[in-house]
Design a protein around this ligand. Structure first.
Ligand code: GDP
Length: 472
């Protein structure tokens, strides 16, 4: 009905326009962005999305190739619980003290930078685990250039190891394996590498291309070499940024500091952030009053791949929010306010994620090329059988990708991955666990559960042929 008012046409006409698109709608129903555009078009209008415009005004400042300079890689550490992620991050934090600095890293600000002997730098995100990594991605922030996946050599490749691998792969982030705890009796790095090989992940020792190094996060053995391999792998990525422009990047962490106001850790991805700059971060804005590095030192400026904690924002943005610097304080403030206004509106208005029901329509519109599926099942046999069958459903128009498959219930981390990768989740003889269902509802992720293989395959097949009858 809002749309009818805006275009000055009877609401019944909009309802019938929707019906002709195969959508039964009511007057008060919110339409997704795509439907809005199509319907508006039928009445000779063009839809302009204000938030999209706001983002563009920020992100579209493209750098000329000659302005780009090499930048340090940004690394996330992932792996199964207790395999040594925190220990590795702690060891690196402790040992890599920049030459001339008296103390090590004293503050946990959510990210830290280290400098190796050769002068090369690496920035680490200090929240280990693929959940944090994918949660950021679900918010649209791809910060990580490279993932270190830690696997304990006295254990096996565990479910969360596999999850971490899938999450990194879904993000297209290269992996370096750290085979950890080699100081322990009974540690068997070769067994881990063999396990990886069985998953088609051939590490260098096994004649493959994936880097891996045996380490002990406890004694520090091999950590230096691991970081050298990280740098080697990063070199292939040819990471660059333009330091000579207004800064932009991503918020890593933010909180209300005692007596200091809001403290936000940001990771600069391009440009140089300076004290005195006007910052817009998510729905917050403000003038940068002071900045500190992870060693508690005041800094005046921070270039690409540098994490800094910033004082001066008028609130706490969320991890994964993008930030950028504005010439004009009022402009930054106005956009922040507008975003706050639009946020609630937008989250209900745009259907952001694919559902099985939607697929046929999207294929017909010609803008749907890949169907991403996360597959969870009760036993390995059925997971493998379904994987095969789903993959065989790929057509010339639509490629079916199983971006993650595993035995076990549907977890929050699956839902996050679905959200970050626009996937649907299929459970075979398993159900959502804990908060997974609630988060899926909020994120509008389609979860389908089946107990008959044939039904699961048929639903996906029908959906791809645009023949699925809507789920009631
Ligand atoms: P996370 O859950 O992956 O962050 O794992 P932690 O870093 O908390 O490590 C889990 C346990 O393994 C802790 O008790 C660590 O002290 C221990 N640990 C981690 N790395 C090593 C290692 O290289 N050698 C030995 N012996 N113990 C380790």
């Amino acid at each position: 009905s809002e749309m009818a008012t805006m275009m000055d046409v009877p609401v019944t006409k909009i309802i019938s326009a929707c019906m002709s698109l195969g959508m039964m709608v009511t007057m008060n129903q919110r339409l997704d962005a795509e439907t809005l555009s199509i319907v508006a078009d039928e009445f000779g209008y063009e839809v302009e999305f204000v938030t999209a415009d706001l983002e563009e005004s920020i992100d579209q400042r493209v750098d000329a190739p000659e302005d780009l300079e090499p930048r340090a890689p940004i690394v996330t550490v992932m792996g199964h619980v207790d395999h040594g992620k925190t220990s590795l991050l702690d060891y690196i934090r402790k040992e890599n003290v920049i030459a001339g600095e008296s103390g090590g890293i004293t503050q946990h600000i959510g990210a830290y930078g280290v400098e190796l002997d050769g002068g090369q730098k690496i920035a680490f995100l200090d929240t280990p685990g693929h959940e944090a990594f994918t949660a950021m991605r679900a918010r649209g922030a791809q910060v990580t250039d490279l993932a270190i996946i830690v696997v304990a050599a006295d254990d096996d490749i565990m479910p969360q190891t596999k999850e971490a691998i899938s999450h990194a792969q879904a993000a297209g982030v290269p992996i370096v394996f750290a085979i950890n705890k080699i100081d322990k009796q009974g540690a068997n790095p070769e067994k881990i590498k063999e396990g990886l090989a069985q998953m088609n992940l051939l590490v260098e020792d096994w004649g493959g291309k994936i880097q891996s190094h045996d380490i002990s996060a406890k004694t520090g053995e091999g950590v230096k070499e691991l970081l050298e391999k990280v740098l080697l792998e990063a070199e292939l990525l040819e990471l660059t940024a333009n330091p000579n422009r207004q800064a932009y990047g991503t918020v890593v962490e933010a909180f209300l500091g005692k007596g200091r106001g809001y403290v936000s850790t940001v990771l600069v991805q391009g440009g140089t952030l300076r004290v005195g700059d006007y910052l817009l971060a998510g729905q917050n804005s403000g003038k940068v009053k002071a900045m500190q590095d992870e060693r508690g030192n005041s800094v005046k400026e921070a270039g690409p791949s540098t994490p800094v904690s910033v004082l001066g924002l008028d609130g706490a943005p969320q991890a994964g929010d993008k930030f950028s610097v504005f010439e004009d304080e009022r402009e930054a403030k106005a956009i922040a306010t507008k975003r706050t206004q639009l946020q609630r509106e937008q989250s209900v208005r745009t259907q952001r994620h694919i559902t099985l029901d939607e697929i046929g329509r999207r294929i017909a519109l010609g803008d749907f090329k890949e169907l991403n599926i996360i597959l969870k099942g009760d036993v390995d046999g059925s997971v493998e059988a379904l994987t095969d069958s789903f993959q065989k459903l790929s057509t010339e128009e639509v490629q079916v990708n199983i971006i993650h498959k595993a035995v076990g219930p549907i977890t929050e981390s699956d839902v996050l991955l679905a959200s970050a990768s626009d996937a649907i989740i299929i459970g075979f003889n398993v159900r959502p666990m804990g908060n997974a269902r609630q988060i899926a509802d909020k994120e509008e992720i389609d979860i389908r559960t089946y107990s008959i293989i044939y039904d699961a395959i048929n639903d996906v097949k029908d959906a791809m042929e645009g023949m699925l009858s809507p789920e009631m």
